[in-house]
Write a protein that binds this ligand. Structure first.
Ligand SMILES: Cc1cc2nc3c(=O)[nH]c(=O)nc-3n(C[C@H](O)[C@H](O)[C@H](O)COP(=O)(O)OP(=O)(O)OC[C@H]3O[C@@H](n4cnc5c(N)ncnc54)[C@H](O)[C@@H]3O)c2cc1C
Ligand code: FES
Ligand code: FES
Length: 494
């Protein structure tokens, strides 16, 4: 029997709501239904961070707080979680939360519009138990835009308040919160609505497969960092929503014989923890996807399933030889990731079929990997070009090559002519690299759009290939990077 209401924790009590529209956002719920207007609406598309709230979830029995953009989070997605908004931090003017107190002392606010979102992002860092050096605070705030204060005082406040043991009302009631969240995890399917319009969150893979088979016209939602914008920006009505966030096992990440299995429901933040161990460049690309808020909600599964030609993970996963797993009803199948992308807007996925996960192999000892994301802004920006390369090397020669680009074609795409031109190349023979560089023009005919011209894209792709060859050939990679981490080199001064 499915449950007909969402239940979540707010201000220490369980909130139960049965009247939840499939397209209702968490931000609208807070501002319009609850008059909790501290959480602001700026862009309504996940970019500015003014709507940031903290969401508490249990992972392996531990309570963790992540920042979430309430504007593109559907209300139903909050089921089973703890919601913390800016109103919940201070009990009065004389009892500010340590993060608010630091913002005050460091003069971190002027007009104040961004401040609730910044405070909530820093609240999650405060509870993170990790270091709070400049890099960590910058990373934490990459999804929070402030147009008037300037970031120095805000970053100072973050460094001052965060990085120690959390000591606030939330840490004081940690055990109670864990118990309450454990009790909310009832393992029941959630279904609110009727056969024509609903928000559903199945609890098992079987119920997901069954529900989607019966409603192949439903929209699957993992993190809603794409789908949320269909609602807030394209003003689309999506009558049937199937959310993946409660499906047991779908967010699982596990080690396999060859590497890692990443469940389709695993967030970028979860996947980043293991994928960085395959190669630092992969970790760096993941760190530069959107912001902390986007990475807390968005999934690698969604990045693949949406088939975007400018998704960041597919080119890198394609060159690594990743394998995609899908399910439709009782049937399952697997394919090389590159075969999934058929044409612009078209993927090899049938009605009622969904992605269950992806297997990503580790690198062999004789393989070298490089991956570069080129954007107009360093953080929180979509790629103009993303290039990924894997070379198998013996005695200074490339014995095998896999090359893939995003932003260079209608789909994420391998470059067959370039790969052929690379095989047999001596890394020491720089003159011979030109043939491989020129072959990129055979493989790709990039488009012109607002992000980059076709000429820029092609020249950038060629430059990235040469850069990869230099780095793999032994050039000091620190000299090749403006910023970013490679093989443990520190990128920023603390
Ligand atoms: C501010 C902002 C910044 C962003 N920055 C980047 C960036 O730097 N790089 C980048 O690549 N992307 C970026 N994105 C886009 C987005 O975050 C990614 O595409 C993300 O991976 C989508 O994952 P999701 O779980 O949120 O997908 P959702 O929005 O939930 O779904 C996306 C699509 O995939 C389908 N889908 C999801 N999961 C499955 C599944 N298991 N099976 C079948 N279909 C499924 C949905 O039906 C939908 O069509 C950004 C988005 C925002 C809002
Ligand atoms: S309102 Fe800008 S991120 Fe939500
Ligand atoms: S204080 Fe005005 S936008 Fe940040």
């Amino acid at each position: 029997m499915a449950r007909g209401a969402i239940k979540f924790l707010h201000q220490g009590a369980v909130v139960e709501l049965s009247q939840v529209g499939p397209n209702e956002t968490l931000l609208d719920y807070l501002r319009l239904r609850r008059s909790l207007n501290g959480t602001k609406e700026g862009c309504a598309e996940g970019d500015c961070g003014a709507c940031t709230v903290a969401v508490g979830t249990l992972r392996d029995g531990n309570l963790i707080y992540k920042p979430v953009n309430a504007c593109i989070q559907l209300l139903g997605m909050i089921d089973g979680k703890e919601l913390v908004t800016v109103e919940d931090l201070a009990t009065g003017h004389d009892d500010l939360h340590p993060v608010q107190d630091a913002m005050l002392r460091h003069h971190g606010s002027q007009c104040g519009f961004c401040t609730p979102g910044i405070v909530m992002s820093l609240f999650t860092l405060y509870h993170d138990k990790g270091v709070a050096d400049r890099q960590a605070v910058n990373d934490c705030l990459a999804g929070n835009l402030c147009r008037c204060t300037g970031y120095r005082p805000i970053v100072d406040a973050g460094r001052d308040a965060c990085g120690g043991m959390a000591d606030d009302r939330f840490s004081a009631r940690y055990t109670t919160t864990v118990d309450q969240l454990t009790a909310l995890d009832d393992g029941a399917d959630l279904f609110m609505g009727d056969e024509t319009s609903f928000f559903a969150a199945p609890a098992t893979m079987d119920s997901l497969a069954d529900l989607y088979a019966r409603h192949p016209d439903a929209v699957i939602v993992a993190g809603a960092t794409d789908v949320g914008l269909w609602i807030t920006k394209q003003l689309r009505q999506l009558p049937k929503i199937i959310h993946l966030g409660r499906v047991a096992g779908l967010a699982e990440i596990r080690t396999t014989d060859r590497g890692y299995h990443i469940g389709a429901g695993a967030s970028y933040a979860q996947a980043e923890e293991v994928l960085v161990s395959i190669d630092p460049d992969l970790g760096e690309v993941l760190r530069r996807i959107g912001s902390k808020q986007v990475r807390a909600a968005g999934t690698v599964g969604g990045n693949i399933a949406n088939g975007s030609p400018i998704g960041d993970t597919p080119p890198a996963l394609i060159v690594l030889g990743a394998e995609l797993h899908l399910r439709q009803g009782d049937g399952t199948r697997s394919m090389a990731l590159e075969d999934y992308f058929v044409e612009y807007g078209g993927q090899d996925r049938g009605p009622g079929e969904f992605v269950t996960g992806i297997d990503v192999p580790r690198l062999a000892a004789d393989e070298a990997f490089r991956c570069y994301k080129i954007t107009k802004r360093f953080d929180q920006d979509i790629s103009a070009v993303l290039g990924a390369f894997k070379f198998t090397i013996a005695d200074g020669r490339i014995m095998d090559a896999r090359v893939a680009f995003g932003g260079m074609a209608a789909t994420p795409k391998r470059g067959a002519a370039t790969e052929a031109a690379l095989i047999g190349l001596a890394l020491s023979d720089e003159d011979a690299w030109a043939a491989a560089r020129d072959a990129l023009a055979e493989d790709y005919a990039p488009i012109d759009d607002m992000r980059a011209s076709a000429v820029y894209r092609l020249q950038t792709a060629q430059a990235l290939l040469i850069k990869a060859l230099h780095e793999v050939g032994g050039r000091d990679s620190a000299a090749m990077r403006v910023i970013g981490v490679r093989h443990g080199e520190a990128a920023h001064a603390p």
